[in-house]
Design a binder for this molecule. Sequence first.
Ligand code: ACO
Ligand code: LMR
Length: 587
Amino acid sequence: MPTSPRTPGRYGQAGQLFSKQTQAIFYNWFQKVFFGPEEVAIPQYGSIAEAVEHHPRADVLINMSSFRSAFESSLEALQQPTIRTVAIIAEGVPERDTKKLIAVAQRANKVILGPATVGGVQAGAFKVADAAGTLDNIIACKLYRPGSVGFVSKSGGMSNELYNVIARAADGIYEGIAIGGDAYPGSTLSDHCLRYQHIPGVKMIVVLGEIGGRDEYSLVKALEAGAITKPVVAWVSGTCATLFQTEVQFGHAGAKSGGADESAQAKNAALRAAGAVVPDSFEDLEPTIKRVYDELVGAGTIVPAPLPPPPSVPEDLAAAKRAGRVRVPTHIVSSICDDRGEEPTFNGESMSALMERGATVADAIGLLWFKRRLPPYATRFIEMCVVLCADHGPCVSGAHNTIVTARAGKDLISSLVSGLLTIGPRFGGAIDGAAQHFKEAVEQGWEPDEFVETMKRRGVRVPGIGHRIKSKDNRDKRVELLQRYARERFPSTRFLDYAIEVEGYTLQKAANLVLNVDGCIGALFLDLLHSVGMFAKAEIDDIVQIGYLNGLFVLARAIGLIGHCLDQKRLGQPLYRHPWDDVLYTK
Ligand code: ACO
Ligand code: LMR
């Protein structure tokens, strides 16, 4: 363990650890961070070399990596010409690795803070890692502007405590460093005291040592050699170790009572003998600092400056909200599900509960679309709709589009969406229109012929009536199956009956003007909504008006469209080009 003071030369001009141009590279993660009231984006790079190349003025590297990788990355950082200081935050870096890093740093005249350091702070200028704690603490400890005290400690936790003590007993710190609690710190107490000796702003030095190791003796030597002439107030903690019968290991790796001269008592005595001001106990440290500070003020060495108001930093919104100091309007309202708890809920029902009751796709539709736990006959009806509408061959509009898109080399989602986009008033998207118009007709008490003729006068084709290939003599099986089910299971089929009467009238006009699958689903959903006993009239009006029901066709047909896309890919089909002879070219 080196006990001789190191030269201050490697700390740059006038012993400053952080230059005016200091830029930190936050290695190991990238994030937006607040800088005062504004957010700044810290760029991320894949390697230290790349980061250094982009930021040649950055001279401090804060290494947040774990003890497993701290050695390699710190070594790499020390090898970068522009990096002068490396702070290693990780605890548990193997001592032999730290010794290698120290050797590399000494050869290159560079500084290591840590390992196992909480960092350091140059008041009003720069802060490494978690040093100094929260903004509240920074303001309470007057760290937003420089004081006159250079402080160095082994312990990070105790640094924060001492920033406070020094702010009360003196005018606060100029700079504070926690060298870390390992047995072999990358830089020592005396290294930093020697730096402080050369920093004009530092008028007195406070040192907090620790039982174990011989680091404090290098400070003793520096004091004896007259290399440090500024007043030093020092305390080595761990004096209570003598109360124990056996060797004591405190929290830090290096804080264990070894030989007699590593005891807190011995080191305090040696420091006192070398000229440091050493109180009789830790409790006495604050008044001792105050006494030395007051003497320096009395001698005119320190001219206390009026404390400027702290820069105003807006409170963090989340913290203010938690404390009930602000209320913030939300941007989104949601009423169907909640993913904040242990497991997501669909309209209040947990996923576990859904699985326990063997919930189906139709149950999920009931909860997420209609916000109801629908009775089994209703969910079975929805399932039938989904299965029956899942596909209707490759020639229908949607499948055709999907096939063409897939054959143009597009991905699954593009091919699917291309097919879905064809769903509309003519193809598959007539369920809502059918429900709206059948509902209006029944509510108005129109006779079926009166309804069809009214629609004709309006110039609107009756949604849900008519099919390109289905007709009076070529019935749509889907319509038959749905009708049969509804007649068996629905409490009422009033709207279906009306739609069948409409079909009876339209079939007199043309054989293909059948009640189609969209019209059948539209009419039967009206029956369901009215007879299930769960929906008020206004809610049914809403459901029909908003247009929930086309969703059934969209959902169902997505199954078939995905199938068509995968089929084309599986079959390796080439780009589709429509044949010329299938186009009528005309003027
Ligand atoms: N209401 C009133 N008259 C109609 C309707 C209708 N829904 N459909 C067709 N007609 C009339 C036409 O006005 C035309 O009469 P006209 O000769 O006096 O001018 C005649 O029937 C034939 O019309 P076409 O356009 O040749 O019929 P086509 O077979 O091409 O139309 C279609 C089929 C698009 C489905 C049509 O009937 C229609 O628009 N229906 C309403 C929309 C609808 O329900 N679509 C869903 C179909 S099912 C599904 O896609 C899953
Ligand atoms: C379908 O379900 O896609 C069909 O009813 C439409 C059609 O053109 O056959």
